[in-house]
Design a protein around this ligand. Structure first.
Ligand code: HEC
Length: 488
C-alpha cells in the first residue's frame, strides 16, 4: 500500500503548501529519471496469474496498436503474443518511464500533480503499469488464447484518425532529395471552394507521399518530408493571388506525430466563403530517400447556421528570443510571464521546445494563489497537444499571471541533442532552442465566466472540493451596479 499512501500524502501536502514547491523540486534531468515501478501486491494483483490474454492484450489494443501495426508509424507490430513477447522487458521499461522522454505511449502529462482531464488520453494507469511489470517479471506468460480480445480491425494505408472528412484540401506536391539541407518557405494558397461561411469542428492534417507503407523506418521523421507547417486562412482577393490580411484566421500547426484538432462545441473556427488556406511556413526535410509528398487537410464542419459562443485566442506564452542555454548542463530553467487581459478558458496546452527540451510546466498566479495547472515531459521526437476536457479546462480571471517554465537538459544523456558541447540560443532549427506554449484559449465575458464557473461548481460536492483549474470557483460573485459601469 506504500505507493497509495505516498500519493495521498502528496495530495494533502499539495493543499497545504504552494504547489510551486513541487513543480520546481521535480528533477527534470534525464540522468536522474526514476521509472515508476510498482509492487503488484499494492494493487492486490496476483502476480503469478498475470498473463497476455487476460491482462496485457487489452492494454495494447487501447494504447499501442494504433501505431504498432503495419503502416501505423511504430517500428514494430504489437498485434499478437508472438510479436509482443520478445519486447516484454523493453515494453516494461518504456511504459515505466511514463512521462519522460522516450516513454510509451507518447503522452507525457505528469499524473502526480495538476489537472487530470485530457481528451483522448491513452496513457497507462498505475494498475496497468503494475500489471505489465508483474507480467514481464514472471516470464511474460500467454494465458488462455481463447480469452484474448477480438483483434482490432485496421484499414490499409493511412487512415483519417477522426473518420472521413467533409472537405479535403490538398497542397501542391513537394519533392525533397534523399540528402539535403532543411528548407523553409511559403508553398502557396489552397482555395477552399466554399461559397458560404462555415465553422470548423475538426481539422486533421496528413502527409501523403510515395514511400511504400510496408517499408518501416526507425524514426517517425524517416517516413515523411513535411516536418511542420504553420498555416492560416483568409478571404482571397479578386485575382486569387493573396488573402486579405484583415480576414486572417490562424489554425493549429501541423507537425509530424501531432494529433488531429477537435474544437470545442462553443468555439468553432471560421472558414469563410471565398477563402483559401495560406500555407505560409513549411519546414521540409530530407529523409534519406528522394520523396515526393503533399499535405491533405481533412475538415469537418459544425452544422449550417451554427454560431460560436466564444472566440478563440492564439498562443499565449513563451519567449522564442531571449534564450541562453549553456552546454552540458541538466536542469536549466527558462521562465516566462504573461498577464491575461481577459477572463480566459485554456482549451489546450502544447509545450513547444526543441532538442534540449525535457519538460514544461504551466502555472497560474492569481493574488496569493499559485496553481500548477500541469507539468508535462517533453520529447522533441513527439510534439503533442494536450486538449482539456471541457469541464476540466482552466478558467482564469483577467489579471492572472500565466507562468510558463521550460526545463532543458544539454548533457550527453539527452539522446535528442546533436552535440552536448555547444551553447544554444534561439532559432528555428531543432538544434537551436524554442520556448512557446502553442496551445490555445478562448476569451470569456464576465457573464460567460460566471456561467462557466457555476457549471463547474455544480460538479463539486461542497466548498472544500478543490478544482485546480478554477481558482475563483468559490469566490463570491461580484455585484455590478449601473453606477460602477458608468451607465447612469
Ligand atoms: C502514437 C504512436 C505510438 C503509440 C500510441 C505507441 N507507440 Fe511505441 N513507438 C512509436 C514509435 C514511433 C517508436 C519509435 C521511436 C521511439 O523509440 O521513441 C516507438 C517505440 C517503441 C518501443 C521501443 C522499440 C525499440 O526499438 O526499442 C517500444 C518497446 C514501444 N514503442 C512500445 C509501445 C507500447 C507498449 C505502447 C502502448 C502502451 C506504445 N508503444 C504506444 C509509436 C507509438
Amino acid at each position: 500500500m506504500l505507493a497509495r499512501k505516498l500519493l495521498s500524502l502528496l495530495s494533502i501536502a499539495g493543499l497545504a503548501f504552494p504547489v510551486l514547491v513541487f513543480a520546481q523540486a521535480h528533477d527534470a534531468s534525464i540522468a536522474n529519471h526514476q521509472p515508476h515501478y510498482y509492487d503488484a501486491a499494492d494493487f492486490d494483483i496476483d502476480s503469478a496469474n498475470v498473463n497476455y490474454a487476460d491482462h496485457i492484450a487489452p492494454i495494447l489494443q487501447r494504447s499501442c496498436q494504433s501505431c504498432h501495426r503495419p503502416g501505423g508509424g511504430g517500428p514494430m507490430s504489437l498485434l499478437t503474443y508472438d510479436q509482443v513477447r520478445p519486447w516484454a522487458p523493453v515494453i516494461m521499461y518504456r511504459t515505466a518511464i511514463r512521462d519522460r522522454m522516450g516513454a510509451m505511449p507518447p503522452f507525457f502529462v505528469e499524473k502526480d500533480m495538476g489537472i487530470d482531464g485530457f481528451k483522448d488520453d491513452y496513457s497507462l494507469s498505475d494498475v496497468e503499469l503494475a500489471l505489465i511489470q508483474a507480467w514481464t517479471n514472471n516470464g511474460a506468460l500467454r494465458g488462455n488464447p481463447d480469452n484474448e480480445p477480438e483483434p482490432l480491425q485496421f484499414s490499409d494505408g493511412i487512415d483519417w484518425a477522426l473518420g472521413e472528412p467533409e472537405l479535403i484540401l490538398r497542397s501542391s506536391d513537394q519533392t525533397r532529395p534523399a540528402i539535403g539541407p532543411d528548407w523553409w518557405g511559403d508553398i502557396g494558397l489552397v482555395p477552399t471552394g466554399l461559397t458560404e461561411d462555415r465553422y470548423v469542428k475538426s481539422v486533421e492534417v496528413r502527409e501523403v507521399n510515395n514511400i511504400p507503407v510496408e517499408e518501416s523506418t526507425s524514426t517517425v521523421g524517416g517516413r515523411y518530408v513535411f516536418h511542420h507547417m504553420t498555416y492560416s486562412s483568409g478571404i482571397l482577393n479578386e485575382d486569387g493571388t493573396a488573402i486579405d490580411p484583415s480576414t486572417r484566421v490562424s489554425w493549429p500547426i501541423h507537425e509530424i506525430g501531432r494529433n488531429a484538432d477537435i474544437f470545442s462545441e462553443k468555439a468553432g473556427r471560421l472558414l469563410a466563403a471565398g477563402s483559401a488556406l495560406h500555407l505560409g511556413a513549411a519546414h521540409m526535410h530530407s529523409n534519406g530517400r528522394e520523396t515526393t509528398g503533399h499535405l491533405e487537410f481533412g475538415i469537418t464542419f459544425f452544422p449550417r447556421g451554427y454560431e460560436p459562443e466564444y472566440r478563440h485566442n492564439g498562443p499565449r506564452t513563451g519567449n522564442g528570443i531571449d534564450l541562453d542555454i549553456v552546454p552540458n548542463k541538466a536542469g536549466q530553467e527558462v521562465h516566462n510571464y504573461v498577464v491575461l487581459q481577459q477572463h480566459t478558458k485554456i482549451m489546450a496546452f502544447e509545450p513547444h521546445l526543441h532538442a534540449p527540451g525535457v519538460r514544461m510546466c504551466l502555472e497560474a498566479i492569481w493574488g496569493h494563489n499559485n496553481f500548477t495547472l500541469n507539468c508535462v515531459g517533453y520529447d522533441h521526437n513527439w510534439v503533442k497537444q494536450y486538449v482539456y476536457e471541457d469541464d476540466k479546462a482552466p478558467l482564469l480571471p483577467k489579471g492572472t499571471i500565466l507562468h510558463t517554465i521550460a526545463y532543458m537538459d544539454t548533457t550527453a544523456a539527452n539522446p535528442n541533442l546533436a552535440d552536448a558541447r555547444n551553447w544554444g540560443g534561439a532559432g528555428r532549427r531543432s538544434v537551436s532552442n524554442m520556448f512557446i506554449d502553442l496551445g490555445y484559449s478562448v476569451n470569456l465575458t464576465e457573464e460567460q465566466f460566471q456561467a462557466e464557473m457555476a457549471s463547474r461548481r455544480a460538479l463539486m460536492e461542497d466548498r472544500n472540493d478543490y478544482d485546480p483549474g478554477c481558482p475563483l470557483c468559490w469566490a463570491p460573485e461580484p455585484v455590478y451596479s449601473n453606477v460602477a459601469q458608468g451607465n447612469d
